[in-house]
Ligand binder design. Structure first.
Ligand SMILES: *[C@@H]1O[C@H](CO)[C@@H](O)[C@H](O)[C@H]1NC(C)=O
Ligand SMILES: *[C@@H]1O[C@H](CO)[C@@H](O)[C@H](O)[C@H]1NC(C)=O
Ligand SMILES: *[C@@H]1O[C@H](CO)[C@@H](O)[C@H](O)[C@H]1NC(C)=O
Ligand SMILES: *[C@@H]1O[C@H](CO)[C@@H](O)[C@H](O)[C@H]1NC(C)=O
Ligand SMILES: *[C@@H]1O[C@H](CO)[C@@H](O)[C@H](O)[C@H]1NC(C)=O
Length: 270
């Protein structure tokens, strides 16, 4: 009972009168469509005002897919969804199977559920920064705007910003990133007839030198290694010289016949 009462209270039911795709026939039965919200559930319903029609079933369609169907003959059909309006906004269609078929529309409409494509972005000084926000919800955003703390609205006209927007996405490009000027929080703000949604993107701008640090690190490392090897080799050399002579003399004798001959001659002479 308590749940029922809460349910009725939560029936923020948007009563929507729907026009139907009734083909050429001018006199079409009307469908009353409704969305009710009750204890974490959404209840979509369609009610047809033509009881004389012989109905042979119902279908619910969302995004071109049949999400529910039955073979009942009622002039009333419902479709339940777990979750909130914000999670399930969109256009739903109820179909009364008759001859001809009668269709009604139930729209779950919400204020834009704006999210940042990436909550934090970074770019290098002098490059172009790209920040993106999207709105997956229904209906589409009619007006997008970008702003920045301590700066106000960002506009194309300034020459430093390029804003490109569609109903479900907006992109802010910042030309020639500057560390002082462009680092900070950016807000994308999308508005439709049901309200406004906002998301924040944090932008960090790194200096060109910072981008070089890893490379400089590797160069320094190689230099240190080369120096160490060089010093080590230099210290070792005096010990190794006699070793090398001993080791090298044996094969030299056997290989270099000219030397051998000379040695023989020299020995003979001695
Ligand atoms: C539902 O949304 C669609 C698409 O925006 C629109 O064409 C239609 O008129 C809306 N239907 C109702 C009943 O508001
Ligand atoms: C359907 O609509 C009719 C008239 O529009 C109304 O009398 C009836 O109570 C409705 N049925 C439901 C189940 O809402
Ligand atoms: C900003 O400029 C770009 C490119 O010139 C253009 O495509 C876009 O529509 C403009 N945006 C606005 C909000 O005027
Ligand atoms: C956004 O809109 C474009 C064109 O209007 C469409 O192709 C794309 O699928 C939409 N994306 C989402 C996530 O709704
Ligand atoms: C979004 O922008 C509109 C128009 O620029 C403004 O009226 C509204 O207050 C902004 N909303 C938020 C949440 O910033």
């Amino acid at each position: 009972m308590a749940a029922g009462a809460a349910g009725t209270r939560a029936v923020l039911a948007l009563l929507v009168l729907c026009s139907m795709a009734a083909g050429a026939a001018g006199t079409s039965p009307e469908i009353t469509a409704q969305v009710a919200e009750s204890s974490g559930k959404l209840i979509l319903s369609c009610n047809i005002s033509a009881p004389h029609l012989s109905i042979t079933g119902h279908q619910w369609i969302h995004k071109d897919k049949v999400v529910e169907e039955d073979k009942k003959t009622d002039t009333f059909t419902t479709y339940e969804i777990d979750g909130t309006r914000e999670e399930h906004s969109g256009v739903y269609e109820c179909v009364f199977e008759a001859n001809p078929q009668i269709r009604g529309q139930v729209n779950i409409s919400v204020a834009p559920q704006v999210t940042a494509y990436k909550k934090s972005e970074h770019g290098n000084e002098g490059d172009t920064g790209v920040l993106v926000c999207k709105n997956p919800s229904f209906p589409a955003v009619t007006t997008w705007s970008w702003s920045k703390t301590g700066h106000g609205a960002l506009e194309n006209a300034s020459g430093r910003y390029i804003i490109k927007s569609s109903g479900n996405k907006t992109e802010l490009r910042i030309l020639k990133l500057d560390i002082e000027q462009d680092t900070g929080d950016y807000y994308c703000n999308g508005t439709n007839s049901f309200g406004t949604g906002e998301a924040t993107v944090n932008l960090r701008v790194r200096s060109r030198l910072a981008a070089l640090w890893p490379f400089l690190g590797i160069v320094a490392e190689v230099l240190v290694l080369v120096t160490i090897i060089f010093i080590y080799e230099k210290r070792r050399k005096p010990d190794e010289v006699p070793d090398d002579d001993d080791g090298g003399s044996a094969p030299l004798k056997s290989n270099a016949t000219n030397h051998k001959d000379k040695n023989v001659r020299q020995r003979n002479a001695n």
